[in-house]
Write a protein that binds this ligand. Structure first.
Ligand SMILES: Cc1ncc(COP(=O)(O)O)c(C=O)c1O
Length: 350
């Protein structure tokens, strides 16, 4: 842009972003005639896959000169992207203003603050649409107008968001020795879906890509309704969306998210966030259409610690959905009544 492009010398914590583990899930779906693998994105240092696009959007902004020394980064986010940006801005000594709304959890606000982010709370939704998202974006725009040397990453439209996930897919493809038959990927900004899908097309791999959207989210044309679990889904279709990014879309409910998370914890001892449960239940709902013998990979976007008061609180679950614990406590009970059985523990004599 001008002569101010910064030299980006990445090291320290940012060199730990990416190269997350890919593990086999042998117990989550019993009786399945395909192999299931999970990419554990919660192992990124900021706790989610959003570390990747946060780092890329800031570093590319610095390289191109859009982010100059002393710049103020302003973004709307109530969760993982905010935390990823707070981490990367703190690392590069940039000021970060995170625009949040009353639905942002206290824990996330504390996390943002502890990384040094300044919190800008939008208290009321947009009067016309009733949406907080629109009100938050309007606040971002007004702050950009009143703040000198400011930069908006704009995660909903910035191709560095999706480009960051070429690497995610590259890691999966390498770990699987190119044998990935199905990829299940949750959507919100569509950065992950788009990045993975572009990579697969570029490398001429014929992996079937299954987008996992929330029921009540508009991205893949479900009728807009109130949703409780944050992370996946959106009330406005993001600019990164393209209608050729996925072969299929599976819509999942809030109950699916809870059941998927609780089953994952019980059957695999993995504590993951709401969209991870959603992605796994999408595999469950889609299982009859998966070719026997194939390899399925599911991206699990974040860890479960930030959901202790919701998904992992019996009280919260009961209050919102009634008593649904039989969906994960009794191995034979299934959401769609298909059979599911935990394998017997195999005792090996030593
Ligand atoms: C927990 C979680 N899952 C899934 C997603 C969706 O990812 P993307 O924005 O790349 O579509 C997000 C996005 O914020 C997220 O925070």
């Amino acid at each position: 842009m001008n002569g101010h492009a910064a030299v980006v010398a990445r090291g320290g914590v940012l060199s730990a972003v990416g190269n997350t583990p890919l593990v086999a899930l042998k117990n989550f779906m019993t009786g399945a005639r395909f192999r299931l693998f999970a990419k554990l994105e919660g192992f990124n240092p900021g706790g989610s896959m959003k570390d990747r696009p946060a780092m890329r959007m800031i570093e590319q902004g610095m390289r191109s000169g859009f982010i100059r020394p002393g710049a103020v980064i302003i973004e709307s986010s109530s969760g993982n992207m905010g935390i990823g940006l707070a981490q990367v801005c703190s690392y590069y000594g940039l000021r970060f203003i995170c625009v949040v709304d009353p639905k942002t959890t206290q824990q996330n606000i504390r996390l943002l603050q502890i990384y040094g982010a300044q919190i800008e709370l939008v208290a009321e939704p947009d009067p016309q649409t009733g949406e907080f998202l629109k009100a938050r974006i309007d606040r971002v725009k007004s702050l950009l107008g009143s703040t000198e040397n400011s930069f908006w990453p704009n995660q909903y439209a910035n191709e560095n968001n999706s480009n960051a996930h070429h690497q995610t897919m590259d890691e999966i493809v390498s770990a699987m020795r190119r044998k990935v038959d199905y990829l299940f990927c949750t959507v919100s900004t569509c950065g992950t879906l788009r990045g993975c899908s572009e990579y697969l097309r570029k490398h001429k791999l014929n992996t079937k890509v299954i987008a996992v959207d929330a029921k009540g989210s508009v991205i893949f044309n479900s009728e807009k309704t109130k949703r409780l679990i944050p992370g996946h889904g959106a009330s406005v279709r993001p600019q990164l969306f393209r209608d050729d990014l996925a072969n299929e879309c599976v819509h999942v409910t809030d109950i699916d998210s809870v059941v998927g998370c609780r089953r994952l914890l019980r059957r695999e001892a993995i504590l993951a966030g709401g969209s991870s449960g959603a992605a796994l239940m999408a595999v469950h709902h889609f299982q009859d259409r998966i070719r026997p013998g194939s390899n399925c990979v599911v991206i699990l976007p974040d860890r479960g610690e930030r959901y202790l008061d919701t998904i992992y609180s019996d009280l919260w679950v009961k209050e919102h959905f009634g008593d649904i614990s039989h969906f994960w406590q009794e191995p034979d009970v299934n959401l769609d009544m298909a059979s599911s059985r935990r394998p017997e523990l195999q005792m090996v004599e030593v």
